[in-house]
Design a protein around this ligand. Sequence first.
Ligand SMILES: *Cc1c(COP(=O)(O)O)cnc(C)c1O
Length: 377
Amino acid sequence: MRAKTKMIHAGIFGDETTGAVSTPIYQVSTYKQDAVGDFRGYEYSRTGNPTRHALEVLISDLEGGHAGFAFGSGMAAISSVMMMFNSGDHIVMTDDVYGGTYRVMTKVMNRMGIESTLVDTSDLDAVEAAIQPNTKAIFIETPTNPLLKITDIAEVSSLARQKGLKTIVDNTFMTPYLQQPIQLGADIVVHSATKYIGGHSDVVAGLVVVANEELATDMHFVQNSVGAILGPQDSWLLIRGLKTLGIRMDETNKNAMRIAMFLEEHEAVGKIYYPGLKGHKGRDIMQKQTKGFGGMISFDVGSTEKANDLLAKLRYFTLAESLGAVESLISVPAQMTHASIPADRRQELGIVDGLVRISVGIEDVEDLIEDLEAALG
Ligand SMILES: *Cc1c(COP(=O)(O)O)cnc(C)c1O
């Protein structure tokens, strides 16, 4: 089955009982047992729900994994993965991971005795040097936000395997349509399904896919014990979102490439970060491990004033946190997502005051370019 067919026909298609083409929303908490312990696959919806199950099988098929798990948010998914580890364990992690991941590792998981070290995972030597005797996993995010740094998933996974560690990949920016970390050797994939998988800025959700039976047993035990599950309505919305993921990502890739090339030539734009551009450091790795460069572009317009001026003039780019929706979104990391990082540290990292980040949507690209041209000019 090819990729776009899979989005529609993988997992559990429709409903056997009625012939309904769309998986029904099983808005139910408990299930009748014919005798004590004699139930038909489901006993209580924290443990399992048919609509959530349909989504979990679908995401697992799309990532080429062994089993999938749906959670109430991306952070619930990531936290639940961390709960498979023990007090005293150590995780090596990409230094510019999503802010919420950084927060949960340094302010919550550390209190439970799970320690982490942040390194530039695009540098394999740095990853190796950060491994300690108690390290149990390497957690990578690629591309990163907002500077679109690229980590070689196959290389890190191979290093991890040699050292007996698990590789966990946050695949939110790429989706299984563009990048399948388990096929490259990773053990666990996590998603904020709030972004491209949902795709319409209308649901907060998280997904996990694991590569083998042992991890599936552990993950289901944590999911059922901790209970950070996704409800049936939101599970259904993700199944619907996934059906159009392929065509949405194709358009997103095309639009983003056109816009990146336009911005690269524009005199009001300084440094630009888009992994599809010739000068981008991680472009070769992207070409090896993904089917497209995605929809995230960051660029420097020079100052806070110029960034704010751009925001005020744009018509089609909505000022908002989040990303990965049908509508184009824009944000200013230094004032929004990365405001808690001290100014000099931000400067060092390259997250300068004039840096703006766009999440390219699937509007007509001519409208988006005209909008940027008028606002920059
Ligand atoms: C948004 C995001 C998360 C967190 O997901 P929520 O659904 O907001 O909890 C994790 N990782 C990445 C890369 C994200 O963009």
